[in-house]
Design a protein around this ligand. Sequence first.
Ligand code: KIV
Length: 283
Amino acid sequence: MDKKVTLPGLRDLKRAGKKLRMVTAYDFAQAGVVDRSEVELILVGDSLGNAVLGYADTVPVTLEEMLHHTRAVVRGAARTPVVADLPFLSYQVSIEEAVRSAGLLMKAGAAGVKLEGGTPFLETVARLTAVGIPVMGHLGLTPQRVHEFGGYKVQGKAASQAEAILDDALALERVGIFALVLECVPAPVARIITEQLAIPTIGIGAGPHCDGQVLVLHDLLGLTQGMRPKFVKRYLQGADLAGKALADYCREVAEGIFPGPEHSFTMPEEQERLLRDVLDGRR
Ligand code: KIV
């Protein structure tokens, strides 16, 4: 299957009414699995912090960590465009720093970058797109601001707040983003924004009316433990299956079942005899 998806081509897919599928990946093996699926876009999300590195949230994730994991994902994604997150503090300080950070992610092989926020970053997005760096927007619950929000809370429940998100979405589109992630906003709000934009919206906890959906791979595969947000659907009980596989491995090693002959290497019989004779002679 040839995917032939390009970031500028996403608008046409929206116009054609195609539902887009994006998932995160953080390493070479995960990227390979996703690349062989029908998923159109891979996101190296800064959810790397929670899903892979064991941080409490995405705030501690560094540009160096994002670069390291983006390179690995790009090596595993032969056919699927990879978008990489700009982590906290890699684009907020100045437009120059944003260009440098985004440029390094592009040099690592990303096809585009994603940043969180609207009005404060319009000039930044304009500059990035002007120098040839495709930008995906991210509005609603933007996890890099979790401390300001006081938790992972749905955004845009009040009409005035929803209107502000819509205005940010329209402004981001005007300065050139190629797609917009909407996270944890009420479905009617996501629907209105989706109807008003020419670029695709990609929802997570934003209901069924977005042009596409995104999930964190570890959530989708059931690898994450603990509390599960309402919007996550597990398509595999990955942690349970992995736990069972490890229990089987431990039992088989303990009982001498693994490794069997099919997992072991042989040597010519006469060489084994010769080895034993030589060792006998040493005694
Ligand atoms: O970091 C991430 O994985 C994300 C998605 C949840 C959209 O930003």
